[in-house]
Design a protein around this ligand. Structure first.
Ligand code: OGA
Ligand code: MN
Length: 217
């Protein structure tokens, strides 16, 4: 267990993430967030009525559509509306700055949402960003599931290119985080046997041209 306070991420964790991103393009971290923060986020995620989860859509802006053949989870955007969301965003902002400082990735901002997969919900194989057409550069997923066991399934499967077997299987266990290059890795969420909560997020670059702000706010 980590002993650091709620205001910052562990220095060694940040160094480890940056090193792994450079070597392999992805990183899995256990005990990612300070206890106080992860506990508060967990409580908020489980209290559905406060967050107003909505059926997730795919695609960007006007092209967004709900397609339950691709994904059947529900999401609630993280806006900073609660103290726990505020703490989370502050920590991810800290991580964004540290990654930029060490890897010069030019990450511009971070967007994130809670995701709730009910039993049987899934997200078929996809990439979070298509090469050159998006400003999502780094994906992150933090898991909020206490007492998860292998029998609960709901794993995140990560693939290299067109390969059929995953090179990495991530169990959605409490306070585990996976971070990866958004364009690099097709991935899928296997259906789980019980409710599965997470926070998915993306560090974005700034693609603004000629006064048109992109990413849109
Ligand atoms: C996503 C996603 C993975 C997970 O939301 O884009 O791939 O394990 N989530 O929840
Ligand atoms: Mn994804």
């Amino acid at each position: 267990m980590q002993t650091h306070d709620a205001g910052c991420l562990d220095e060694q964790v940040i160094a480890h993430i940056c090193e792994q991103l450079t070597i392999t393009g992805y990183c899995v971290v256990q005990d990612f967030l300070p206890q106080l923060v992860i506990n508060a986020l967990y409580l908020e995620a489980c209290s559905d009525q406060r967050l107003n989860f909505k059926q997730a859509a795919i695609g960007r802006e006007q092209l967004q559509q709900v397609n339950t053949n691709v994904r059947s989870d529900s999401i609630a955007w993280i806006t900073g509306q609660s103290e726990s969301q505020g703490l989370f965003l502050k920590l991810m902002e800290n991580l964004r700055i540290e990654i930029n400082r060490r890897l010069f990735l030019g990450l511009f901002d971070y967007e994130s949402h809670y995701a709730h997969y009910g039993p049987g919900d899934f997200y078929k194989r996809h990439v979070d960003a298509f090469k050159g057409s998006s400003n999502r550069l780094l994906s992150s997923v933090v898991y909020l599931n206490a007492d998860w066991t292998e029998a609960d399934q709901g794993e995140l499967l990560m693939f290299h290119d067109e390969e059929v077997s995953p090179f990495l299987i991530v169990e959605p266990i409490f306070n585990q985080c996976v971070i990866f290059l958004s364009e690099q890795f097709p991935h899928e969420v296997r259906a789980a046997k019980r409710d599965r909560y997470s926070i998915a997020g993306w560090f974005r670059t700034n693609n603004s041209i000629g006064g048109q702000i992109d990413p849109p706010r």
